[in-house]
Ligand binder design. Structure first.
Ligand SMILES: Cc1cc2nc3c(=O)[nH]c(=O)nc-3n(C[C@H](O)[C@H](O)[C@H](O)COP(=O)(O)O)c2cc1C
Length: 228
């Protein structure tokens, strides 16, 4: 199983998103998966210019000669796409949004009626059903802050995954605690995330028990820190 992760934090390897993502991928590799992380800030990916050449002049090919060509090839090969982004203004980061817009060559301009009766575009290439995973963390502690982010992905994710939606979501409020407290305090959380990655690859899903461990709020770990 090939897991392709898009890492949208400008902090890249030094960020909070990374800590969660890499724990998940570690578990996935232990179960035999092949994983790859693309650090979007490091890549040369411009936003879409809206020329629609990829639909009408050079079908399936973007006129912009940047790293997105490589990303599209990797998307087509992957079994699972992992979208990992910190919450920025209730949304994905600009690095991820730019990349998300550029998937246009993978769909066709035809307008069809989707399963829900709403207009939609068909996929350009016939492919296996791909599964999607969302990993995010925010500064604020409440889960409600992730609502807009989920909404932004919702329609594309549902269509792309043929109705499944996200197979796994890991949305951690108060993510900065991982930066400012001793990281060892959060080891039980990372253990749970590794277990989730392993389970996902082995069984295709994450058990309710493991998900409950993953969802335990980060501040509950921080509370165990000794008082200064
Ligand atoms: C430009 C910017 C916008 C942000 N917007 C939000 C926000 O809307 N809601 C929130 O809870 N946190 C917000 N944050 C906080 C980040 O989500 C938080 O710092 C997160 O832990 C960063 O993850 P990273 O280390 O992986 O980059 C924002 C941070 C920045 C720099």
């Amino acid at each position: 199983m090939k897991l392709l992760a898009f890492q949208g934090s400008p902090r890249m390897e030094k960020g909070n998103t990374e800590k969660i993502l890499q724990a998940f991928l570690e578990g996935a590799r232990e179960a035999g998966a092949e994983t790859e992380t693309l650090y979007l800030r490091r890549m040369n990916i411009n936003p879409c210019t809206g020329c629609f050449s990829c639909w009408f002049q050079t079908p399936g090919e973007c006129v912009q000669k940047d790293d997105m060509k490589e990303v599209l090839e990797k998307i087509l090969e992957a079994d699972v796409l992992i979208w990992a982004t910190p919450l920025y203004i209730y949304n994905m980061t600009a690095y991820m949004k730019a990349m998300f817009e550029r998937i246009l060559p993978l769909i066709k301009p035809d307008i069809i009626e989707g399963k829900d009766g709403l207009a939609s575009h068909p996929a350009r290439y016939k492919s296996k059903r791909q599964r999607w995973i969302l990993i995010s963390n925010s500064g604020f502690p409440e889960q409600e802050h992730f609502e807009s982010l989920l909404h932004c992905f919702d329609r594309v994710c549902t269509i792309w995954t043929r109705g499944e939606g996200f197979a796994v979501t890991i949305l951690k409020g108060a993510g900065e605690l991982m930066r400012y407290f001793d990281i060892k305090l959060f080891e039980p959380f990372f253990e749970a995330v590794r277990d989730a990655g392993r389970e996902f690859v082995e069984t295709g899903s994450v058990s309710q028990e493991t998900k409950a461990r993953v969802d335990k709020p980060l501040w509950e770990y921080a509370q165990t820190a000794s008082k200064p």
